[in-house]
Design a protein around this ligand. Structure first.
Ligand code: 6PG
Length: 485
């Protein structure tokens, strides 16, 4: 049923911005029995949605922002689904001017969390609630159940939560949606989710690269391995779709589609934001950073072409593995261990962000709502949930018994994969940097002692001693005796 907005304020939620994500989430609300007011800058999109999917439920068609706002029950709830950036500010301003204190504006785009913090403060000063909500799951998730990460004032969640939870993915009867924390917390968590997504995709890419170039398998054969892996501990959405992408044939050439796609990965920016934020917070998210840089290297097409044209030397290469079954198992173990490292680092960043902004983020809750709906949904998020439920103050996910044992069981495989890839000249920045991170974490003595000595030498930056407290400085250009700083 669809009505024009001239009627009373009866919609429980309004959605503005009706591109695919916005349309799909509007339909999802309608399918769950909510009356949805629709608004879009050009009314053609609103009409198209109603013409094609009006049967999904109860929609209220509106043309102007005033009509749109008037169609909503109080407190009014409006979900903005526009491309993140400047457009968001102007849409917020238009809505805010037409709304009243107590009303709620939800930004469901991939906004930068610092923008969300700024917007929340500005709207709070005007008596409005602003909820930055990360929404993951792509177009299909928006329609059938995404993972939703709403931040903003806790009190707004009281009226908004049940609505969002009703359209979110459900795992074992638990919705993949919970109040994340104040102001920018929801978008911060979504950002780190995307950083982990980048790392996960890069690691899968490296596994594929090794199958192709170390074992000489074709796309179809590699698809079979991923499909098989999806029945075990690696079971996840990204592993599942990897098999599907690898199986896809190109209609024009008859080749595997993956073999005709240009090997230059693009990015819209959330992975880069994750790394920038991690640098500011001082958290070594090496797996995520390598994934962002690997996309950048793949996209440096002119440089790569120049390097290939000059035939840069590979050095003396090693032999390809002869035991394909063993090497396949090695890659699986390397992938799982590196994936654990990427998640451990992402959760470290979440802990650091929580401390920096006083968000009181609950890692077990995040693992719970990432189990379904989102791009990184995976069976092993149940394990992460269990680990943080058992010990919310885990120093590192790697130290939770299940993860520690999983890594230790595959450690030799992991080393063989990195060593073999290196000897074959196959780049594995994700596998290698994750292994180095792991070795760094467990090392008894890091070379940082030398770094401290050097810093003290050239800049009198001081160092601490292993045998007594305090800061010390050696008089490097004097008699080289030590003084307490
Ligand atoms: C999700 C995705 C989604 C989007 C990414 C793609 O959680 O549903 O992360 O937000 O597909 O932003 O990011 P890139 O274009 O940067 O790969």
């Amino acid at each position: 049923m669809t009505e024009n907005s001239s009627t009373t304020a009866r919609a429980q939620i309004g959605v503005t911005g009706l591109a695919v994500m916005g349309s799909n989430i509007a339909r999802n609300f309608a399918r769950h029995g909510h009356t949805v007011a629709l608004h879009n800058r050009s009314v053609a999109k609103t009409d198209a949605l109603i013409a094609e999917h009006g049967g999904d439920g109860d929609f209220v068609r509106t043309e102007t922002v005033e009509e749109f706002v008037a169609a909503l029950q109080k407190p009014r709830r409006v979900l903005i689904m526009v491309k993140a950036g400047d457009a968001t500010d102007s849409v917020i301003e238009e809505l805010a001017s037409a709304m009243e204190p107590g009303d709620i504006i939800i930004d469901g785009g991939n906004a930068l969390y610092t923008d969300t913090i700024r917007r929340e403060a500005a709207l709070r000063a005007r008596g409005l609630h602003f909820v930055g909500a990360g929404i993951s799951g792509g177009e299909e998730g928006a329609l059938n159940g995404p993972s939703i990460m709403p931040g903003g004032p806790k009190e707004s969640y009281e009226s908004l939560g049940p609505l969002l939870e009703s359209v979110a993915a459900q795992v074992d009867g638990t919705p993949c949606c919970t109040h994340i924390g104040p102001d920018g917390a929801g978008h911060f968590v979504k950002m780190v989710h995307n950083g982990i997504e980048y790392a996960d995709m890069q690691l899968i890419g490296e596994a594929y690269h090794l199958f192709r170039d170390a074992l000489g398998l074709d796309a179809g054969q590699i698809a079979d391995v991923f499909a098989e892996w999806n029945t075990g501990t690696l079971e996840s959405y990204l592993i599942e779709i990897t098999a599907e992408v690898l199986r896809q044939k190109d209609a024009a050439t008859g080749q595997a589609l993956v073999d005709v796609i240009v090997d230059a990965a693009e990015q819209k920016g959330t992975g880069r934001w994750t790394v920038k934020s991690a640098l500011d917070l001082g958290v070594p998210v090496t797996g995520i950073a390598e994934a962002v840089f690997a996309r950048a290297l793949s996209g440096s097409r002119a440089q790569r072409a120049a390097a290939q044209a000059q035939g840069l030397a590979a050095g003396t290469l090693g032999d390809k593995p002869t035991d394909a079954a063993q090497f396949t198992e090695d890659i699986r173990a390397a992938l799982y261990a590196s994936k654990i490292v990427a998640y451990a680092q992402g959760f470290d960043q979440i802990a650091a962000g929580s401390a920096e902004y006083n968000w009181d983020l609950k890692p077990a809750d995040l693992a719970t709502i990432w189990r379904g709906g989102c791009i990184i949904r995976a069976q092993f998020l149940n394990r992460i949930k269990d680990a943080y439920e058992e010990n919310p103050d885990l120093p590192s996910l790697i130290l939770a018994p299940y993860f520690r044992e999983s890594i230790e069981a595959g450690i030799d495989s992991w080393r063989r994969v990195v060593a073999t890839a290196t000897m074959l000249g196959i780049p594995v920045p994700g596998f290698a940097s994750s292994l180095s991170y792991y070795d760094g974490l467990r090392a008894e003595r890091l070379p940082a002692a030398l770094t401290q000595g050097q810093r003290d030498f050239f800049g009198a930056h001081t160092y601490e001693r292993t045998d007594r407290p305090g800061k010390f400085h050696t008089l490097w250009s004097g008699d080289r005796s030590e003084v307490q700083a």
